[in-house]
Design a protein around this ligand. Sequence first.
Ligand SMILES: C[S@@+](CC[C@H](N)C(=O)[O-])C[C@H]1O[C@@H](n2cnc3c(N)ncnc32)[C@H](O)[C@@H]1O
Ligand code: SF4
Length: 303
Amino acid sequence: MSIYYCKPVFRPPSEAYSLLIQLTEGCTFKCDFCMSNLRKQFVVREVEAVKKDLDIAKKQYGQNVKRVFFLDGNAMVTPFNKLLEVTKYANYIFPNLERVSVYAHAKDILKKTDDQLKALSEAGLNLAYIGFESGYDKLLEDVNKHATKKDYIDASMKLFKANITLSATLINGLGGANNNEVSKKHAIESADLVNKICPEDDRIWYIAFLSLMTPQGTEIFKRKSKGEFREMNSIEILQELKLFIENIEFQNDNAYCVFRSNHASNYLPIKGILARDKDKIISTINYGLNNPEILRPAFYRGL
Ligand SMILES: C[S@@+](CC[C@H](N)C(=O)[O-])C[C@H]1O[C@@H](n2cnc3c(N)ncnc32)[C@H](O)[C@@H]1O
Ligand code: SF4
């Protein structure tokens, strides 16, 4: 007996060593840059089938599983009762479980009530990965994200209130090259979004920047093939990131926002704590801008 997977599966890099369980297949959205639903019909699997996979995992790995990630692109869309039941079951059969996490579109969070999110959190679902991509509404519309900056603010507040850790990603270069005005607004509005969601306490939360890739089959790939979209180069990407960092201003000096731009898609690995390490991060970016030979070559980048 083996655990069921509908491949390719979609998980964050930080869940590489987690037990991956297929709760949903594909995604209910179709953003222009994303591969998550290209080859899959969206499915929420039956609770009994998911529990069976958890049982198989227990036989394979024993009870020392510490992390479970429920696949796929937006498993938070799973109806509340089902999500609660599989989360509880995972915690029941793995007594040492520290974390259950999912990908969530902002709308999936907004559709759940505060009480439902709290119940999920208390049952052990304690981390949600949201793709903000940008805080600039026009750009979000252009890439068919079906979410606005306000949705991200509201969804983040709901997660914080429920005590579910937020891990959000943004995409450098999303507006493409030859679009200086869009790039500026993308950077400034994204920083404003991150400033606005900053919690008042010292809880940990995560913001990461990926750099745009144009995978085959996506709408953005098609636009690129027709010459309607041109990717930013590494220098333009770093300038955009620098403008984002320059505009980060938290009211709360105790904020603990882990910032990462060290994904395989990025040209320069950067890590730090926002806004505490702002100057250090800007120095790292300047170093990359002044020494382009140290940047990851475009053909080594990946998702
Ligand atoms: C599999 S998606 C899940 C996110 C979640 N469904 C949402 O929309 O909020 C994970 C994230 O990978 C990033 N991503 C997806 N395609 C990308 C691409 N072509 N280039 C760069 N980043 C990409 C986006 O930040 C996206 O939100
Ligand atoms: S970015 Fe998220 S919502 Fe959009 S298609 Fe990918 S997985 Fe789905």
